[in-house]
Design a protein around this ligand. Sequence first.
Ligand code: FMN
Length: 194
Amino acid sequence: MDTFNTLRNIIQSRRSTKPALMNGKKIAASQIHQLLELADWAPTHGLTEPWRFIVYENTAIQKFCFDHAELYKANTVPDKFTMAKYEKLVQQGNTLSHIVLVYMKRSAGNSIPAAEEFAAVAAAIQNILLGAAALDIAVLWSTGGMTHHPAMKNHIGLAADDNILGLLYMGYTDEPLTEGKRNIPLADKIVWRS
Ligand SMILES: Cc1cc2nc3c(=O)[nH]c(=O)nc-3n(C[C@H](O)[C@H](O)[C@H](O)COP(=O)(O)O)c2cc1C
């Protein structure tokens, strides 16, 4: 029961933290590696293990954020483009320790439905988020900016069938954890049949 309570506390207290609330303190690369080891134990239909990670650290973070902003500029029609969003994308790295780009590598032969490989990668991400919560590491799973745009896929050299599931903005925060909020009562999400 103690193990269950520990796990429940981590799951329920895990919160998303915006990069703007992070303090610039660095996470040890060994801890990032430990989190990726947790990701590697996600369930995977047919053992295709479709999760892949690109870890940005040090000056690669600023470069990624600048490139992200440039992709936004190059792929946004002028009347939709805002300098504020461009600047936000450029500055986003300033408070971070690492960015982990997570993508789904579509398995050869397509024997497993793509939706199941997406699901496996999402489970891998949740493992990272929970491990991070246990280590007091702040994370935002973000799909903002150009994350889902084909230009981003192209920029990092993914194959047509591969897909980015998100950018994990990681660091530390001095802010207290916000209160968790769920709008739909759990009872409304469950049907018991007996
Ligand atoms: C697939 C996915 C994409 C998300 N993308 C964003 C995002 O682009 N920006 C953001 O602020 N939060 C993003 N989030 C985080 C959610 O906003 C957050 O999980 C939700 O508000 C619930 O808060 P909690 O994680 O603290 O429980 C995303 C979450 C998921 C699962």
